[in-house]
Structures are given as C-alpha cells and as structure tokens.
Design a binder for this molecule. Structure first.
Ligand SMILES: Nc1nc2c(ncn2[C@@H]2O[C@H](COP(=O)(O)OP(=O)(O)OP(=O)(O)O)[C@@H](O)[C@H]2O)c(=O)[nH]1
Length: 399
C-alpha cells in the first residue's frame, strides 16, 4: 500500500473554513459608525431642544392663531423625529425620503408664512429665510468642525429672536428669524443625517464587497483544497472526507457504497510515446467519461497520476457491482484520439464495497488498492473485488 493513500496532507473542511481573513478592520469601522451615530443623535436632540425653547417666545410675541404657532414646529419636529428613528432603526429606504421631507418642509412653510405676511414685512426681509439656509448649508459643508458651526448658527439666530422679542416694534422680524431658525435647524440636522447616511452606505458597500471577495476566496480555497486542477474532479482529500462521513454514519445508503479504484494500464507509455500533453488529454477524457457514468450522490475522484476512484452509492448486490465494473471497463475500451492518433488505453479496477469492520477511509482505499494490484497481477484490463477469495465474484476481463 502506498503511504500517500493513508496520509492526506491537507486539513479537514472545518479547519479550512476557519482560515478566514481577520475582521479587525470591520470591527473598527463598526465602532466608528456607532460613535458617529451617537454624535448625530446628540446633535439632533440639541437642535430639537432649541426649537422647543422658541415656542413660548413665539406665543408671547405674536398674535397668530394656534395652528400657525404650532404647525411648523410640530411638523418639523415630527419629520426630524421620524428621521432620527429611521436612523436608529437603519431603515435606509425610508430615511432618504424623510431626510428630503425634513429639508423641504421648513423651507416650504417658511416661504408660505412669509408670503402670508407680505403686507406687514418689507419685501427685502422676505429674502432672509431663503438666503440664510443655503449660506449656512454652504458653511456647514466646510471641513471645519461642523458641530461648532451649527451651534454658532443656532446661537446667532436665538440671540436675534431674543433681541427682537424685547423690541415690540419688530414682531415680523422676530417671526422671520424664527422661520430662519427652523430652517437652519432642519438643514443642520438633515446635512448631518445625509453625510452620515453616505458614510453608512459607503461602509455597507465596502462590507458587502469584502463579503463577496471573501466568498470568492473561500470558493477558490475550496477548489484548491478539494479539486484536481487538471480534470476538475474531486481530489483525494475530498474523497477521504466523504468516506469518513459514510463510515461515521453507516445508515442504509452508506452501507450500499462501493469504491472502485481504477489505475490506467501502461499510462507511462502514452506519455513517453505521444508526449505529456497527450497524457493530459487522455486523463481529461477519462474524467469526462467517468463523470458521465455516475448519478447524484456518487463521487468521481482523481487520486493522482493515472489513478481514479469512483464511489458509487445505492449498490446493493454483487450483480450491480459487476454491472458497474463492466460499464467502467467499457468506458475504458472506447477509443481515445489525440491529434489523429489513437492512444492506447486500458485500466485495472479494484473494488471494495462497504464492510462493517472498515475503520477508516485509508483502510477502505487500501482494500480497493489491494484488489486493483491483484487485477494488475492477473493480466490487467480487468477488475477484482477485495476479499475475492470469500466471494463468488470471478475476476473479469474486458472484451
Ligand atoms: N500526462 C500526465 N502524466 C502524469 C500525470 N501525473 C502522473 N503522470 C505520469 O503517469 C505515469 C504513471 O505511471 P505508472 O502508473 O507508474 O505506470 P503505468 O505505465 O501506468 O504502469 P501500470 O500502472 O503498471 O500499468 C507516470 O509516468 C507519471 O509521470 C499528469 O498529470 N499528466
């Protein structure tokens, strides 16, 4: 028995699955996102607090109906709260709409309000709510500390309101300043939500790209670990894992599993006479033919060199075993052409059905290997079954 049949060189699939790129970078990203989200919420709370402080001022200062006094701050606050909630819940598809709403609402209502009051206010003052927001937006977009800018803007407008409130001749100016403040608060919050949103999306994009790359890498690792690069068949490691599973769990399907080990006859001559490329082409063709023989659940594997194993499931009688072995010999008997040359082909097959006293994949393959060597010794191009002395199966020679 060759030692390489007994000692697979790679780890088990579980060990391979553990070989993942480390996710330290992702953890750092996630910590940063959490920190930023906390800051966002703090700023939102601050802006809302400023807004609610202004309500009593409005009530004291202006002679408006209740809905005029309440509608703008209430709607704006509702929009901000909903945006904050969406941010908290990470409802991305909702958030963008709400963020837009939070920008549009204060500006639209400011405009409406200013238009209603156009007789009481000089036309130049109406420009204020429309000019101030874009200017502040521009300022807030600068790479200077944004929270400081926003706080400054809010403080300036509050100071304006307070000044106006102690000057009874300027109620309209106070109203305009309140409108501007609402707009500014809205824009500040929205600007932050949006920039946070952009970062979040970029990060998610990166995470999903990384996940795709990792999946691709895992796929490649699986291929390298479990696939024969020349034929694309399973390799020895994959076979050993499957056999191990069967031996661990010998249910009905498992006990009807039969291993056929096929070693090509005089394959070396093909390499020597027709070249290595011809040998490769022959191996690929054999792989194709064997693949065509099996059903779902069976496994075709190249052990290495010119050795193949086919693991058949659901074979319950010796008649079925000989039928399958005959089919394999028939596949080997079909001519193989390479660049107009007929390549010589034949193979010796060792057969090892599952047995209750099999302890390991290696001993199973050892049985098949021993039978295959008997087939070689018996004249090649035939099959032998392991433990043939105790069975009625006769050595079979291809026609
Ligand atoms: N073309 C090709 N040849 C390979 C590859 N791997 C192994 N071989 C060759 O396959 C041959 C296997 O030879 P053996 O199995 O020892 O000898 P054989 O000629 O088949 O003789 P018997 O098995 O006794 O019938 C060696 O010459 C290896 O160099 C491969 O991937 N491609």
């Amino acid at each position: 028995m060759r030692p390489d049949l007994l000692s697979p060189t790679l780890e088990s699939p579980t060990e391979l699955a553990a070989l993942r790129p480390n996710d330290e970078g992702l953890q750092r990203h996630s910590a940063r996102v959490k920190r930023e989200r906390r800051l966002q919420r703090e700023h939102l709370a601050l802006s809302l607090a400023c807004l609610s402080l202004l309500l009593p001022l409005l009530l004291l200062q202006l002679d408006w109906s209740w809905w005029q006094v309440w509608v703008l701050p209430l709607i704006s606050s509702a929009a901000f709260f909903r945006a904050a909630w969406a941010l908290h819940q990470e409802q991305l598809e909702w958030e963008l709409r709400l963020v837009t709403l939070a920008v549009v609402l204060p500006i639209a209502l400011s405009g409406l309000w200013a238009w209603q009051m156009k007789d009481a206010v000089p036309p130049s003052a109406l420009i204020l709510p429309f000019v101030l927001p874009p200017v502040l937006l521009l300022l807030a977009g600068l790479p200077t500390p944004r929270y400081a800018l926003a706080a400054l803007a809010n403080a300036a407008v509050i100071a304006g309101i307070l000044t106006a409130s102690v000057w009874p001749f300027l109620p309209c100016a106070a109203a305009l300043l309140v409108l501007a403040l609402v707009t500014v608060v809205g824009i500040n919050v929205v600007q932050r939500l949006q920039s946070h949103q952009m970062r979040l999306w970029t990060m998610r994009q990166r995470v999903s790209e990384n996940a795709e790359k990792m999946a691709e890498r895992n796929q490649k690792m699986r291929k390298l670990a479990f696939e024969d690069p020349l034929t694309g068949l399973s390799n020895r490691l994959d076979l050993i894992n499957k056999l191990r599973q069967i031996l661990k769990n010998p249910h009905e399907e498992a006990i009807n599993t039969v291993v056929f080990l096929i070693d090509l006859d005089f394959f070396k001559n093909v390499n020597d006479e027709y070249g290595h490329a011809a040998g490769d082409a022959l191996l690929i063709e054999i792989a194709r033919r064997f693949r065509a023989l099996v059903r779902k659940g069976d496994l075709v594997c190249r052990l290495g060199g010119d050795e193949f194993v086919i693991m058949f499931r659901g074979i319950s009688s010796k008649d079925e075993i000989t039928l399958v072995a005959d089919k394999i010999l028939a596949k080997l008997a079909e001519p193989v052409w390479y660049k107009d040359q007929l390549l010589p082909l034949g193979g010796s097959i060792g057969i090892a059905p599952w047995e209750p006293d099999l302890r390991s994949p290696a001993s199973w393959l050892q049985q098949a290997d021993g039978a295959m060597y008997q087939a070689k010794a018996g004249g090649r191009n035939r099959y032998m079954m392991a433990g043939v002395a105790d069975t009625p199966i006769e050595p079979k020679v291809a026609q």
